[in-house]
Design a protein around this ligand. Structure first.
Ligand SMILES: Cc1cc2nc3c(=O)[nH]c(=O)nc-3n(C[C@H](O)[C@H](O)[C@H](O)COP(=O)(O)OP(=O)(O)OC[C@H]3O[C@@H](n4cnc5c(N)ncnc54)[C@H](O)[C@@H]3O)c2cc1C
Length: 445
């Protein structure tokens, strides 16, 4: 009988595993469960929001990348590990059950929502294509509404944008969107561009602490030089529909709060009845769940020992690790089916790249700190290489060139009527426990 392999998640981790398995176990029945028909390259989302890239440029088509894998368009909402079954909610709302001999879990992460009053209702995330496109539309809509109102207080509120979180996602989001609003505000009649204010609120004492003090200061300088206010050592305490309150007691009137202060593993992982660490499924160095060799997990959703750092360290949730874990996971699934020994995942960090828009960037490839144009060349070269698909690389490079020559052509797509809330867009509340999954699987005809 053909081995049944179910992969959950079509990001760079899950799709990478499927691609390898097609070669390593050509006779297996491989199914990839994913709500989208593409892998999303998340590091480009801030540029999608800012209109530098069209939404599709940040994606790689799964049906083009994969040849033999069967795509199941839906989300895995529960797993019954004892019965080896996955409950899938298809994109048209039906329930389907998939049995497996091997399960690969790579559903990535979601925005980490902490217990701050109003955050779930009014915070916007930056984790999905829909969130990025909606945020871009929302920001452009605020500028238009500000120009249309005769109330000076409302105009000021709509022109203030608050990004909470000073990691790479928050910094890139604020930097790229600030360039967009600077360019667009000057074209809107009746709007004084000087009214547009961006704030970055960061709990830690510096921006992007992982990059080191020098690059963190370089980033700070670029942001402040563009008029972005950076509040370090400051948190968010309350959000409502017209304002945020910060930990130093200040209340800022705003209609836009982007929450990028951390990611949490997919909620699916804490519904499996298996050990997790900070919400991520605990796996061994070979990416298999201890005591459950038929279940493998990788990417942002897995707590993978970092053998290079040693001790209790685990791999950080980065695209770099997700991409590099994929071939190891695929090889180990193939090895376990063939009864061969598995191999551990071990990888040196290649560093981080941060695109601040225009010619500004900071990067730390292989531990060498770069800023300005050299960093931007490294950053964009890295993103093109990481896309791994010639068509996607060409689309991104062409759009960068067009944007470089023609500037921002940002227009609103008419998406602002959606709620834009991260709880709904990231499906934070939609999962079943292992027992509920077992009952749901039994109920599906
Ligand atoms: C704005 C931003 C900028 C970033 N910049 C960088 C950077 O510069 N460098 C870097 O290394 N990392 C960066 N990252 C982090 C990086 O994008 C992630 O670490 C990486 O995408 C993780 O890959 P993954 O495959 O584990 O998860 P994801 O890429 O999140 O993919 C998960 C996949 O699973 C699917 N899925 C989710 N839930 C389910 C379910 N229940 N059932 C089925 N499918 C499901 C999703 O639709 C998606 O296809 C950035 C992240 C963000 C948000």
């Amino acid at each position: 009988m053909r081995s049944r392999i179910v992969i959950v998640g079509g990001g760079f981790a899950g799709a990478g595993v499927a691609r390898r398995l097609e070669r390593l176990v050509p006779d297996a029945d491989v199914r990839l469960v994913c709500p989208d028909d593409h892998s999303l390259y998340l590091p480009l989302l801030p540029q999608v929001a800012a209109g530098v890239l069209p939404a599709r440029a940040a994606t790689v088509s799964l049906s083009r990348r994969l040849r033999r894998t069967r795509l199941v368009p839906g989300r895995a909402v529960g797993v019954d590990p004892a019965a080896r079954r996955v409950v899938v909610e298809t994109i048209d709302g039906r329930r389907e059950v998939l049995g497996y001999d091997r399960l690969v879990l790579a559903p990535g992460s979601v925005t980490k929502v902490v217990d701050i009053p109003g955050l779930r209702e009014f915070g916007r995330g930056m984790k999905t294509l829909a969130e990025a496109a909606l945020l871009g539309d929302h920001v452009l809509g605020q500028l238009e509404l500000a120009a249309a109102t005769t109330d000076p207080a409302e105009r000021e509120r709509r022109c203030r944008f608050v990004v909470v979180g000073g990691g790479y996602a928050g910094v890139e989001t604020a930097a790229n969107l600030q360039l967009m609003t600077a360019s667009v505000a000057g074209r809107i009649r009746g709007l004084d561009p000087a009214l547009v204010r961006w704030h970055v609120v960061q709990h830690a004492a510096e921006l992007m602490p992982g990059l080191g003090t020098r690059l963190s200061e370089d980033t700070h300088r670029v942001l402040v030089g563009r008029g972005i206010r950076v509040d370090l050592g400051t948190g968010l305490t309350v959000v409502d529909d017209t304002s945020v309150t910060l930990s130093d007691g200040r209340r800022l009137e705003t209609a836009t709060v982007v929450w990028t202060a951390g990611v949490a593993p997919s909620p699916l992982m804490s519904h499996l009845g298996l050990p997790t660490s900070h919400g991520a499924l605990v796996v061994g160095a070979d990416l298999a769940v201890p005591g459950r060799p038929e279940i493998t997990a990788l990417g942002d959703a897995a707590s993978v020992p970092d053998l290079v750092t040693g001790g209790d360290a685990t791999c950080p949730p980065t695209a770099q690790h997700a991409t590099r874990q994929a071939p190891v996971a695929a090889a180990n699934v193939a090895a376990s089916l063939a009864g061969r020994p598995t191999t551990p995942y071990r990888h040196h960090d290649l560093g981080l790249v941060v695109d601040l828009g225009g010619a500004d960037a900071v990067a730390k490839p292989l531990g060498i700190g770069l800023a300005g144009l050299p960093a931007q060349v490294v950053t964009r070269g890295y993103h093109l290489w990481a896309l791994r698909a010639p068509g996607a690389m060409a689309r991104v490079a062409t759009n960068w060139a067009l944007h470089g020559v023609g500037g921002s052509s940002s227009v609103r797509l008419g998406l602002t009527t959606g709620s834009g809330g991260l709880v709904e867009l990231e499906h934070l509340d939609d999962y079943l426990s292992a027992e509920q999954a077992g009952a749901a699987a039994g109920a599906v005809p």
